[in-house]
Design a protein around this ligand. Structure first.
Ligand code: CAO
Length: 558
């Protein structure tokens, strides 16, 4: 066994940030496994392991700033493998040095040849445009270490587009990696020399860009020798690495790696995500082959800010944006603020709470008889006694009897908060959207009081006169579609409450009384509960009890 120190290779000069450490102490890594991901202002790059071995210690962490020669980690490797790899290292150093020699101004014949062949020398381009201040340059595929078989999988710009330095021009894919080639300049795309599906290799022209020459570039222009030594501005800012001499080098850096740990995104997007502190795994991609575009990240951040998505809800695929006008006439109407808020709340509840819904048909024939018998009295009082106050009263008693339903889970999921008050919200549809005013202390109010208060709150809701306090403090919600129709539905829990009762339309149905079928007034009800807080047995007991109270309303007095 031997110990090998892996260090940061030449990553193109300057300090870079460690944005991800892909291994931990004790991990066994194979050669080429990613050790860390680095990010400069222009590129993300993986540093693969130069050897197979076991990670003994790690000297960097997420957020560290590093530069060439800094220790990444120590590996325990097989003794013989280490010797072998030393040879490989030499070879690798050789290769790396060679590939960096143009940069280092070592003009071997091969390099001179490379310089000659190399695309669009800067000085030449500058010469052309000195009189106008604008320069044109053909951006070419840099050395991306992939031989000839590199496929152009996406062209990200069109002729006439204005691009900023760092914007992706094309996405290439070899059998080993996908990579974005960013624009080396801010300017205008004059012409494209490449299209999706083309096969490319180092030196293949991508596009001609016109950009404003800077004063510094003018200075370079006056020094042709230096221009020769730096024959092209590579489209990709990442070069092959020159390993530090004193230690086992990391293998050459993958250029502008965009496919890492299942996430497919370019350096600019990775950097932006890093700045926001977001994991790219959470961002639904819309680019070709599942690539995360800058716009995807912007939309994700917008959705986060609007509460439309949760940062923890990883991997939820986005619903595609469809141009419906291609199928016929459409009318686009903006959503009201309330509608958007309701949508966000519904979505948040639906994705965060494991919902279970249970259904029942409750025989409320006697409740209905009683309701009919007090109809006149209601008229005298100026109050209409619908089934709702009975449902409120029965629910309040069931909540008192089964406190798990009159509770909320703490946000950290560590505890249950039991409420000693019984406040129930009623879902009210209004032209502006759905609102849920809350009736307080339902267990202490009479049916008449509940009838009057629910009607008053419903009216206030429709008149948009509810105050925020009228909609706060609920323990449970009733959503009644009974006046409208339907035989059952699955209501969405009004989180952080843990359950909701859905009420559908009463229907007369035949019921077997032991000797014959008799017509009974059956009320379809449904109970959705948060299965993190409530188990099926609890729900069965609560629901059965609620039904018993509605079947025989005298029980409400017990
Ligand atoms: N089955 C059959 N009939 C029912 C019923 C049921 N489950 N529930 C109510 N009804 C009847 C009422 O008895 C009343 O009939 P009469 O006029 O003949 O007396 C009629 O339907 C209308 O009742 P209502 O809607 O005025 O009163 P309510 O107490 O039942 O409902 C409230 C109050 C706030 C829910 C209601 O004003 C409302 O907004 N309803 C719209 C439905 C809604 O928004 N539900 C929430 C949807 S959540 O996605």
């Amino acid at each position: 066994m031997a110990k090998e120190t892996v260090k940061i290779p030449d990553v193109g000069g300057g300090d870079v940030d460690v944005i991800e450490v892909c291994v931990k102490v004790g991990d066994v890594v194979a050669k080429e496994d990613s050790l860390i991901v680095l990010e400069s202002d222009k590129a993300s790059m993986e540093i693969p392991s130069p050897l197979a071995g076991k990670v003994l210690s790690i000297s960097v962490k997420d957020g560290s700033t590093v530069h060439e020669g800094d220790v990444i980690l120590e590996l325990e490797v097989e003794g013989s493998a280490a010797t072998q790899d030393t040879d490989e290292q030499d070879a690798s150093e050789q290769t790396s040095v060679e590939s960096n020699s143009a940069k280092a101004d070592k003009n071997t014949d091969a390099e001179k040849e490379k310089v000659k062949e190399s695309p669009a020398p800067k000085a030449a381009s500058a010469e052309k445009t000195v009189s106008t201040g604008l320069q044109r340059e053909t951006v070419k595929v840099p050395d991306i270490g992939g031989g000839d078989g590199i496929e152009v999988i996406e062209v990200c710009v069109a002729e006439g587009d204005e691009v900023s330095e760092g914007d992706s021009l094309v996405v290439l894919e070899s059998d080993k990696a996908s990579m974005e080639i960013p624009s080396p300049y801010s300017g205008t795309i004059i012409s494209l020399a490449i299209k999706a599906g083309d096969s490319a290799k180092q030196g293949t022209a991508i596009a001609e860009i016109e950009y404003q020459a800077s004063a510094e570039e003018g200075a370079v222009e006056e020094e042709p020798a230096q221009a020769d030594a730096e024959p092209e501005k590579p489209a990709s800012p990442v070069a092959a690495s020159a390993p530090p001499s004193a230690a086992k080098p990391a293998a050459p850096v993958s250029p502008s790696v965009v496919s890492h740990a299942g996430v497919y995104a370019g350096p600019a997007v990775r950097k932006l995500a890093h700045e926001f502190g977001l994991e790219l795994e959470q961002v639904p991609p819309s680019g070709p082959r599942g690539r995360i575009l800058k716009e995807d990240l912007q939309q994700f951040v917008k959705d986060l800010a609007n509460g439309k998505t949760a940062a923890s809800g990883a991997g939820i695929p986005a619903i595609p944006d469809v141009d419906f006008s291609q199928f016929g006439e459409i009318d686009v109407q903006a959503l009201s603020k309330l509608h958007k808020l309701t949508a966000a709340n519904m979505h948040r509840s639906w994705v965060n709470l494991p919902h279970v819904t249970q259904f029942d048909d409750v025989d409320i024939s006697e409740l209905e008889d009683f309701r009919a018998s007090v109809k006149k009295e209601g008229e005298q009082r100026g109050v209409k006694l619908t089934p709702l106050p009975f449902l409120l009263k029965a629910a309040a008693l069931a909540l008192r009897t089964y406190p798990k339903f009159n509770a909320s889970l703490s946000a950290d999921g560590e505890s249950m908060i039991f409420k000693k008050y019984v406040n129930i919200g009623i879902a009210v549809d209004t032209p502006a959207g759905l609102v849920v005013p809350v009736i307080r202390d339902v267990d202490r109010k009479s049916l008449w009081e509940l009838a009057a208060e629910s009607a008053e709150l419903a009216q206030k809701a429709k008149d948009r006169k509810l105050k925020p306090a009228d909609m706060q403090g609920g323990c449970f919600t009733i959503s009644s579609l009974g006046s409208i129709g339907g035989t059952g539905f699955t209501p969405i829990i009004n989180a952080p409450e843990v359950a909701i009762l859905g009420v559908s339309k009463l229907a007369v149905k035949p019921q077997w009384n032991g000797s014959e079928f008799v017509p009974r007034k059956m009320l379809p009800v449904s109970l959705s509960y948060d299965h993190r807080a409530i188990n099926g047995v609890d729900a069965g007991q609560f629901f059965t009890y609620l039904g018993e109270l509605l079947v025989d309303i005298r029980r409400l007095l017990l």
